[in-house]
Design a protein around this ligand. Structure first.
Ligand SMILES: C[S@@+](CC[C@H](N)C(=O)[O-])C[C@H]1O[C@@H](n2cnc3c(N)ncnc32)[C@H](O)[C@@H]1O
Length: 377
């Protein structure tokens, strides 16, 4: 078995529970949920698996140490005492980034320089190098994050954020992050045999994430990760993780997923994104005004991220659209409706109280996820 590690799956505020559920579904039991992150311990093969499979996490960080520090000396000595050589190879490159919140050590450039120096000293001693470290090999991005004098030292295993699935060739004005779109689907009871529509699909993110979930396709299948070249992760662990992703995909699972939008340009972009995601013509794309939606089947799910009406001159139109949506969906009581918006009067405009609400951030915008459960027939 490979080495035990502590991993941190970072997540947007509000979707930690979804990340924790996904981590447990991968078979890792020792899971703690904190603000903005989910911490779990596992052997190193969890690094490829978590990067490949977690749909709602932002990135996977490896925790090297966590301790209190009130002085630069303490930061230096405690950093130097950590076993960096277990992770960073002799020729590894390790730039240090940092952040500090409500801590005595508030100068981030100083913290970064001290951490860098401490790791250099540690590695030179452990690798028996008298001169300088070459830093020509694999990339290990170190982060020193201070919060209320607690120091968290991590290595970023993901590289670019996990929302970068590799399928987005085009986007509209306000695309949803892929991780949030996946969470919106996971917060519902939608199953692959239920009809699904996003009537404000834009570049198609929610429908594409639903199709990936529906066919159990690993979201990271089309991309690379920073830790693919790390020597302490046995190469077979990566190979097995990619093979597992291939074995678990259900490419034959039929789906009834539609994305529609009033803007024909966006429908073209959504189509291209879906092709890039390897979904071909699995999703039905339609240029259509929201009010023209007529469900053909029962027990469906409408999951959408409509305009919020925050822009000048747009509010009245958006409010009318919410009224129209409510009036329209009242004729289809077996359908469940899930809407993400920042508009605080959404329920009044839609015409009924949501079965459930969940506070979520869409980037920096505070939103609510309004959930109306349909009566399945
Ligand atoms: C916030 S964007 C959705 C972004 C999308 N979730 C994505 O990831 O790209 C809202 C979308 O609603 C569409 N829209 C606005 N009014 C509409 C209407 N009456 N019927 C259908 N779509 C409409 C806009 O063209 C826009 O693409």
């Amino acid at each position: 078995m490979s080495q035990q590690v502590t991993l941190i799956a970072t997540a947007a505020m509000g979707i930690e529970a979804s990340v924790a559920r996904e981590v447990k579904a991968l078979g890792y039991q020792d899971v703690q949920v904190e603000n903005g992150r989910v911490v779990f311990t596992a052997d190193a093969s969890a690094i490829p698996r978590a990067n490949l499979w977690l749909r709602t996490a932002d990135r996977i960080k490896l925790q090297v140490g966590r301790f209190k520090a009130f002085t630069f000396d303490e930061l230096f000595e405690k950093t130097k005492a950590l076993p960096w050589e277990l992770f960073i190879s002799e020729d590894g490159q390790f730039p240090v980034v940092g952040k500090s919140i409500k801590s005595k050590l508030y100068s981030v450039p100083d913290c970064q320089a001290i951490v860098k120096k401490a790791i250099v000293e540690r590695l030179k001693k452990k690798y028996g190098i008298a001169s300088w470290l070459k830093e020509t090999g694999a990339l290990y991005r170190v982060e020193v994050a201070l919060h209320k004098d607690e120091v968290l030292l991590t290595l970023d295993t993901s590289g670019s954020g996990l929302h970068k699935r590799g399928y987005r060739v085009g986007q509209g004005e306000a695309p949803l992050k892929e991780t949030l779109a996946a969470a919106l689907v996971q917060f519902t009871n939608w199953k692959p045999d239920h009809p699904f529509i996003d009537v404000f699909c834009g570049s198609g993110t929610i429908a594409i994430e639903a199709a990936l979930i529906g066919q159990n396709i690993a979201p990271g299948f089309n991309r690379e990760f920073a830790s693919e070249n790390w020597s302490f992760i046995p190469q077979p662990d990566w190979e097995r993780a990619f093979e597992e992703a291939e074995d678990f995909a259900k490419y034959d699972q039929p789906l009834d997923i539609t994305g529609s939008d009033i803007d024909p340009e966006l429908i073209n972009i959504a189509k291209q994104n879906a092709v890039e995601a390897g979904l071909g013509d699995l999703i039905t794309w339609k240029q259509m005004r929201m009010t023209d939606f007529k469900p053909k089947r029962k027990n469906g799910y409408l999951i959408s991220n409509p305009p919020y009406g925050e822009r000048m001159g747009e509010r009245k139109e958006v409010e009318q659209m919410y009224r129209d949506l409510g009036a329209m969906m009242r004729d289809f009581p077996s359908w469940s409706v899930y809407i993400l918006t920042s508009h605080e009067q959404f329920e009044q405009l839609y015409g009924s109280q949501a079965s459930k609400k969940r506070k979520l951030f869409n980037g920096f915008i505070k939103t609510d996820y309004y959930q109306y459960f349909g009566r399945h027939e």
